[in-house]
Design a protein around this ligand. Structure first.
Ligand code: G16
Length: 542
């Protein structure tokens, strides 16, 4: 019943920041998925008879790939496969299910916030037994395996019915189709005071949650509307669609423009939020204010103790290097550790496992805690609702008070998308070649304090990760970071992260791009980005 199929390696099956992401037609090539999945299994040891969790964000090609994985995992010898009904499960829910049932690992099918559909993106990511993305030593080994693979094994059985809850068997392997929301919702009920949030909604508090036609729709409907009493219709775009309704499911003010416009307009509800394709990112907008992910991390860390799950306080905070230093101010005030890691949630896993940190976050709209080992969009929303329920103040006031206490980190990210790889490399090289000579140089009022190519030494396992982004730090606390994205699927995406610290509340009301004008000018001058890319302006400013 198990078929061994000869195959040939494909070039470029290298997992990026978060798994293997490519265009759908690339994944649709015969054996492309099988090669990568077999390479994962070939790299792992000791899973015979153990449990694998499988779920995806429902994007185009999800169902076909789920079938392949079920048949291959059975052929590989897993004892049980828990798969979300319809092949669906959000990324944080996969992490929660792996942890709850002590599974060996899981496979997440998603290209996260990247667009879906027949010409859109697809992705496969392996998560380890702590529920988090596989660390680099595993992803490197998987990549190495893809280069030498010569056969894969697959159970020769008809497709499994993944739409009915319950158990079936492929040989000795049990395939269990599970409700993708239930375990996750139960975990949220333990972390948060649902009664307090219910009271908030009872008091007339209004909200809009935009699920962006992606995976969080069923989760947000069940938790926010059914369990917490938010008005019916609070969750919009709540049915996961294979092409996300043609939208780009990246919860930022540019792609969630309808929500943004509503929240800035006269009929705004009290609170707005959105999540991305696979449910790990979040967007937080109060009436009249977009809360940057970096500020959101800092504010949530300062208030986490209000939720029962964190009543004992937090052990520390971690943020990715390009994320603003707002969280550092909070950690300092709380007297807890602060860790600066490379971009990628996988770098938080060790710190969370060792209980060095409780809360983590990234500028790329991700926040999460030690409850799972992924960032978690709906979790961030529930923690915001917790603090709104306790403080009963508008979001705008909460943010302003936070800035008054800790100072404001003006922050913006300028993305140059689909840049030819050589041009993007030339920009990085131009900055890199100046790194050692920059300290001490002045650009108007901005004097360079230090500059480096960020390297991370993991304090838990001692591993080193180099070349994680170029940093230019100024004496007044301003900062420029240049980095190449590890999640794009078209040419290169160049990210320029810009930051300025302002302690004085009298200067907290400046429009962000205006506040950062000097830093932006230096960032462009230093890199020659316009000449090298031919792009006078970034493609996306968030
Ligand atoms: C992934 C990673 C994040 C990372 C983000 C941006 O997010 O999980 O940790 O911050 O990519 O990466 P890059 O700047 O390299 O494009 P997601 O939501 O796409 O899984």
């Amino acid at each position: 019943m198990i078929r061994t199929v000869p195959t040939q390696p494909f070039d470029g099956q290298k997992p990026g920041t978060s798994g293997l992401r490519k265009k759908v037609p690339v994944f649709q090539q015969p054996h492309y998925v099988e090669n990568f999945v077999q390479s994962i299994f070939d790299t792992l040891e000791g899973f015979a008879g153990k449990t694998l969790v499988v779920g995806g964000d429902g994007r185009f090609y999800n169902r076909e790939v789920v079938q392949k994985i079920l048949k291959m995992a059975a052929a590989a010898g897993f004892g049980r496969i828990k798969v979300g009904q319809g092949g669906l499960m959000s990324t944080p829910a996969v992490s929660a299910v792996i942890r709850k049932y002590g599974a060996f690992g899981g496979i997440v099918l998603s290209a996260s916030h990247n667009p879906g559909g027949p010409e859109g993106d697809f992705g496969i990511k392996y998560n380890i037994g702590n529920g988090g993305p596989a660390p680099e030593k595993i992803t490197d080994a998987i990549f190495a395996r893809t280069k030498s693979i010569s056969e894969f094994k697959i159970a020769d059985v008809p497709d499994i019915d993944i739409d009915q809850l319950g158990e079936t068997k492929i040989g000795d392997t049990v395939v269990e189709v599970v409700d993708p929301v239930a375990d996750y919702a139960e975990l949220m009920g333990k972390l948060f005071d649902f009664d307090a949030i219910r009271d908030l909604f009872k008091s007339g508090f209004t909200m809009r949650f935009d699920a962006m036609s992606a995976i969080t729709g069923p989760y947000a409907r069940r938790i926010l509307e059914d369990q917490l009493g938010a008005a019916a219709g609070t969750v919009v775009n709540s049915t996961p669609l294979p092409d996300f309704g043609g939208h780009h499911p990246d919860p930022n003010p540019v792609n969630a423009k309808d929500l943004y416009d509503l929240m800035m307009g006269p009929n705004a509800p009290d609170f707005g939020a959105a999540s991305d394709g696979d449910g790990d990112r979040n967007l937080i907008i109060g009436r009249g204010i977009f809360v940057t992910p970096s500020d959101s991390l800092a504010i949530l860390a300062a208030h986490a103790h209000l939720a029962p799950g964190y009543a004992k306080g937090i052990s520390g905070i971690a943020r990715s290097m390009p994320t603003s230093l707002a969280a550092d101010q909070v950690a300092k005030a709380m007297g807890v550790g602060i860790y600066e890691t490379p971009t990628g949630w996988k770098f938080f896993g060790n710190l969370l496992d060792a209980d060095r940190v409780t809360i983590c976050g990234e500028e790329s709209a991700g926040t999460g805690s030690n409850h799972v080992r992924e960032k978690d969009g709906l979790w961030a929303v529930l923690l915001w609702l917790t603090l709104l329920a306790k403080r009963r103040q508008p979001t705008l006031d909460i943010v302003r008070e936070h800035w008054a206490k800790y100072g404001r980190n003006y922050y913006s990210r300028h993305d140059y998308e689909a840049v030819p790889t050589e041009a993007a490399n030339a920009v990085m090289e131009a900055v890199r070649s100046q790194i050692t000579s920059l300290p001490g140089k002045s650009f108007g009022a901005l004097k360079v304090k230090s500059a480096d190519d960020f390297a991370y030494h993991d304090p838990v396992d001692g591993s080193d990760s180099k070349n994680q982004g170029l940093r230019v730090l100024f004496e007044n606390g301003s900062r420029i970071v240049y980095r190449l994205s590890g999640t794009g699927t078209e040419g290169a995406t160049l990210r320029v992260y810009l930051e300025r610290y302002e302690a004085d509340p009298a200067h907290h009301g400046i429009e962000t791009q205006a506040a950062l004008a000097d830093v932006i000018a230096v960032a462009r001058q230093l890199s020659g980005i316009a000449e090298k890319t031919g792009m006078a302006e970034p493609s996306v400013v968030t």
